[in-house]
Design a protein around this ligand. Structure first.
Ligand SMILES: [Zn+2]
Length: 441
């Protein structure tokens, strides 16, 4: 029988055919363990594995992929009313044996407990507040079915056996930046303890990524923080883990702080082998994606292509003409044509009503090949789900194009040029917004 895990492409970042350690990959967050909007046929047509494997990896959160109903067993089968109740679940719990969606099997899959515990809590707790708690044995995770207990053992089994992931991030207890010192200390201690326990019980097959709490790393004199980096460094030295996943980085609101904290974290594991995968699990804006790229991150997690489709936005930032920035013959970018995420909001692009052009000239995605802006505009105005499907296909395709450009620029040592090219387009827009804001008031 073939091995459950196909490790060839995932756990060897230095293999020849995938851009090696210079490759920059998009870790797309799945929704309920699946890629949203696409049927298996569309996934295969639009994102065939052989074309995207070097740039697109799939992130699966145990939080939403492995939650299953627990069926009640009535005490007496003879009781008719109880028999009726028999088919109703008595609750929900994590099922470590849940298998991944069959169509995701060809793609490289990374398992995490959750991508952003604070966002989960805000979305599901109905109180609009961050409610993230844990004990020494488990984390409380917000799911579609309320708050559930996730133990380290259940998580590790789900990641390694059920979901058969190519890589998994060790369980973490992330707290908010403004948490009290005692809570922060506890979250570091637990995360450290769980990492050690997972390493002990896990075969050293190079499929583990050590979770690293980023927000806590700011207090660099704290003994818990020092212990975190020592423990990660040890695990890397012993080859018990082959990657480090930075958790909760996206929650730092100030851009310069985000960059300096990420630099500090990378600095503290600078003795790691060069093949070590550096991942940021979640990013909320194009600006954050580019910051990660600029700091040398290899795997950048996000659900932006999904978010943009939901918001009826098309990602159109130019990702191709960065090589000859000073060439006067270079096609000029339309000023202020994109928002701060490099997107067009389709519903307010009235000029699209009679526009027979594709969303983005030269784009080879299915949407741009077969449909024009006028049709997209019409679908958005009539609130058709197809609008989101077509926008998602374009957004993910173009995002993969950005990651391809990132990888190429890293190989040719021209990261700065690409970053400036993207930042110029976003900055243009930010300035224009500010100016418009000023004239309005
Ligand atoms: Zn397109």
């Amino acid at each position: 029988m073939a091995s459950k895990r196909d490790k060839c492409s995932a756990s060897s970042p230095s293999s020849n055919d995938d851009g090696g350690e210079k490759a920059v990959r998009l870790l797309l967050h799945t929704v309920d363990g699946a890629i949203p909007y696409l049927t298996p046929h569309l996934l295969e047509t639009c994102f065939p594995i052989e074309q995207v494997k070097d740039f697109l990896w799939i992130g699966i959160a145990v939080r939403d992929a492995c939650i299953s109903p627990v069926m009640a067993t009535p005490k007496k089968d003879t009781d008719e009313t109880k028999n009726k109740k028999k088919n109703k679940p008595s609750g929900y719990a994590f099922s470590p044996t849940t298998e991944p969606d069959a169509w995701l099997l060809p793609y490289t899959r990374v398992t995490v407990p959750t991508f952003d515990p604070c966002q989960d809590s805000i979305r599901h707790s109905h109180k609009n507040i961050v409610d993230v708690t844990a004990s020494n044995d488990h984390v409380m995770v917000w799911t579609e079915f309320g708050r559930q207990t996730l133990t380290r053992e259940a998580y590790d089994t789900a990641a390694a056996e059920g979901l058969q992931s190519h890589a998994s991030v060790t369980l973490f207890d992330a707290c908010t930046e403004d948490a009290k010192a005692k809570r922060k200390r506890a979250s570091l201690e637990r995360t450290n303890a769980w990492r050690e326990e997972t390493i002990k019980s896990h075969a050293s097959d190079g499929t583990l990524w050590a979770s690293c709490l980023v927000a806590a790393a700011k207090e660099d004199q704290d003994p818990g923080v020092t212990q975190q980096f020592e423990s990660i460094q040890n695990a890397l030295d012993n080859k018990s883990v082959n990657g480090v996943a930075f958790v909760n980085w996206q929650t730092i609101s100030d851009a310069s702080q985000r960059v300096s904290v990420l630099q500090q974290c990378i600095q503290r594991i600078k003795n790691a082998p060069t093949t070590t995968t550096l991942a940021v699990l979640s990013t909320n804006s194009l600006e954050q994606v580019m910051e990660c790229f600029q700091q040398g991150i290899n795997i950048i997690g996000t659900n932006l292509p999904i978010q943009w489709a939901k918001q009826k936005k098309a990602f159109v930032c130019d990702v191709g003409n960065w090589k000859n920035r000073k060439d006067p013959k270079r096609p000029k970018l339309e000023p202020s044509s994109v928002d701060a995420d490099g997107c067009f909001p389709v519903d307010s692009s009235e000029t699209w009503i009679r526009d027979a052009n594709p969303i983005l000239a030269g784009c080879s995605c299915l949407t741009c090949q077969q449909h024009c802006r006028a049709y997209l505009y019409h679908l958005v105005q009539t609130k058709e789900l197809l609008a989101e499907i077509l926008l998602f296909i374009h957004n993910l395709h173009h995002m993969i194009g950005l990651f391809r450009a990132c990888s190429q620029s890293r190989i040719s040592g021209s990261e700065e040029e690409l970053c400036r090219h993207i930042q110029d387009q976003i900055a243009n827009n930010n300035n224009n917004n500010e100016l418009q804001g000023l004239t309005k008031h």
